[in-house]
Design a protein. Structure first.
Length: 280
């Protein structure tokens, strides 16, 4: 997932993959809007403290910088995942002014399709599938098609997806959320606990205890996991070399990257790509 570092192999600010497996993923956030369309089995998704089990045909929209986690899914779990940078929709959408209004509109919407009208849900599924097909097949004028369909999704969301109470959303905006947003923007850099503590207004020792208590993992473990998950995504969805992926994911040397990746996944990055690269 792209945050601060510009990725040359991310044409038109979109990534798509059909993901199989039931491995959970801890609380995190990123600057892209994420859309999950459940294809087979079931999957638990938690966002901003609200949990729903997605069944085939159900959708989850996770706005930019919304804290979320993926729980255990069924053994036959299969989902279509899209990452859309709001810059894809056009100049100003991801910036201030009127673009900020649109971002706030997305933040106010009900994330889970369980609470949508069936007609809205069907239209949303159709557009998501079209984005995936354009991304995979890359037919003539596919960049224009991606932008067009992405804007259709945005329009459908702000016109037809019901709102949640603003008060409830404001209650969810906490100091921890701001910290996670900061990490999401900088974890591909040489980010340190001290820098995050300074950003949060804590001394490093207190921040370390606070973060571990809130997240259930240490700061260092959280950063490592984010970087490994980013590397896994890049290995699955592109052809970039392992060495470049190492640096794009925030690791500083290939030897450490290979060691930590194997500890987490039970195989080398190259082996992971060989086994999982067919998800697209």
């Amino acid at each position: 997932m792209e945050y601060k570092v510009e990725l040359k192999d991310w044409p038109y600010q979109v990534k798509a993959a059909v993901m199989r497996g039931n491995r959970p993923f801890m609380n995190h956030c990123h600057q892209e809007m994420e859309i999950i369309l459940q294809k087979k089995g079931n999957l638990e998704v938690t966002a901003a403290g609200e949990s729903v089990v997605l069944v085939p045909g159900e959708i989850c929209i996770i706005p930019p910088f919304r804290n979320h986690s993926i729980g255990m899914g069924s053994e036959d779990c299969e989902r279509l995942a899209l990452l859309l940078n709001l810059k894809l929709m056009g100049k100003g959408i991801d910036e201030g002014g009127e673009g900020l209004w649109i971002r706030e509109e997305i933040q106010d919407r009900q994330m889970f399709s369980l609470f949508w009208e069936e007609e809205t849900k069907e239209k949303f599924r159709e557009i998501v599938e079209k984005i995936y097909e354009e991304y995979i097949h890359k037919e003539y004028a596919w960049p224009l098609a991606l932008k067009t369909y992405a804007n259709q999704l945005l329009l459908l969301a702000v016109r037809n997806i019901p709102k949640v109470q603003r008060e409830k959303r404001r209650e969810q905006i906490s100091r921890l959320q701001n910290i996670l947003e900061y990490i999401a923007l900088h974890y591909c850099e040489n980010i340190t606990l001290g820098e995050c503590a300074k950003f949060a207004g804590f001394n490093p020792a207190y921040f370390s205890r606070y973060f571990s208590k809130c997240m259930g993992v240490t700061f260092q473990e959280y950063i490592k996991k984010l970087r490994i998950e980013r590397a896994k995504w890049l290995l699955m969805t592109g052809s970039t070399g392992v060495t470049e992926i190492c640096y794009q994911s925030g690791f500083r040397d290939v030897k450490t990257f290979n060691k930590l990746f194997k500890q987490d996944c039970g195989m080398s990055p190259s082996g992971f790509r060989k086994e999982n690269g067919g998800w697209l």
